[in-house]
Design a protein around this ligand. Sequence first.
Ligand code: ADP
Length: 268
Amino acid sequence: MFRTAIKMAPTSASDIPSLNLLYKLNKLKVSELGPLKGASPVHNDRIGLFHGDITTLSVDAIVNAANTSLLGGGGVDGAIHRAAGPGLLAECRTLGGCPTGSSKITSGYNLPCNKVIHTVGPIYDYTQATESEKDLRNCYLSSLELATQNGVKTIAFSAISTGVYDYPSEDAAHVACDTVRKYMDGDDTKSLDKVIFVTFEKKDYMAYSSLLPHHFPPSVPASQDQDNITRGQAVEAEVKASHLPNVPTTDPADSGHVPKKRSQVSGE
Ligand code: ADP
């Protein structure tokens, strides 16, 4: 019997629920930790949470967890190169690699996004946690700066370093949320329309679900806000949420999670 591969339609930035919508739907709860000092709800319409495959997103740019060679690897890097096709590897070969904590930008080729920002996360070192945190922070910051310089309005981040590079998910989510919030606080021109955190494995989804409300608290307690949304708004919100793909449990293009300390795509 023949099997036909069904390709999901790409998901656009406007299809991805914002934090405000997730609070209204009661899909995000107020943090038990309370809001972080300096945290506020001002960015909640411009932050999104997506649980699924980043290669299906038709946003201006997706952020790849690359290695220093930029020549492809396992995990999300492998999935991105496979979906983009050989043009991506050809462009990456011209870039001369990238140091840890830095980022470089390419076209998206066969991906539904326009650009790919390749950032090199740290291999987590428990004995040098402060260094690892600094490098991870620089990944998010350099990606956001590249996005702004290149007119990117909608950007989706994979959970950098939380796979093979072993960064603890909660600690990594804290660094990601904190760096994005501070960048948005300083971005007076509102150069970014939407920043989306993409989680693939359940552990990262749980980490973001618990830490996002700490960094981006709701404007009013979610229970009160629930009473304020009209029936029409609730229906629209449920429809939007129901259009999102189901949570995958494996890398869609990988039979196993391939270590990426060496290049997988180029065979080097
Ligand atoms: P690193 O070496 O930086 O840890 P990995 O690719 O191993 O990079 O993992 C980074 C994150 O990407 C992990 O949270 C992993 O679950 C996630 N991931 C793997 N495949 C995909 C995918 N197709 N879409 C989105 N995220 C993915």
